[in-house]
Design a protein. Structure first.
Length: 141
């Protein structure tokens, strides 16, 4: 999972650029048993951090060394089953563009993957389209 600083920066950017749907952040206070589905079954965006790692970049300068966190931000657009993907793929493309090759809050992002489908799309009330955005974040200590 990403560090607090990375998640705060991503949340702030997402709040500034995304208004198409409700956003569900990891372990949101209004989640029941980890299920974060709007009562009206409308589309929503889930934010996940499936991968993160940290390594020391510089050595020998106590208090001034650079540590680099690298990881992935995963955006999962949950759409109603049977609604088609054309409109929603466009929404995900807008989100990809908003996070592709950007710098914000100390976070640097890279190329966003094209939309991928979830193998479990045949189950449940939603259909998932997702993309992944690699990032780096430097901290000092």
């Amino acid at each position: 999972m990403a560090s607090f600083a990375v998640m705060a920066a991503v949340n702030a950017r997402l709040d500034a650029v995304w208004s198409r749907t409700l956003v569900r952040y990891p372990n949101a206070a209004d989640a029941a048993d980890g299920i974060q589905v709007p009562a009206d079954k409308s589309p929503f965006l889930a934010v996940q951090y499936p991968l993160a790692d940290e390594e020391q970049i510089t050595v020998g300068a106590p208090g001034h060394n650079v540590f680099r966190e690298e990881g992935v931000i995963r955006f999962v657009l949950q759409i109603p089953r049977g609604a088609g993907v054309e409109e929603y793929s466009g929404w995900l493309d807008e989100l990809r563009a908003a996070f592709r090759g950007k710098q914000f809050g100390g976070v640097t992002t890279y190329a966003a993957s094209p939309a991928t489908l979830d193998d479990r799309n045949e189950d449940g009330g939603y259909w998932a389209l997702s993309c992944a955005v690699p990032y780096k974040f430097d901290l000092f200590g």
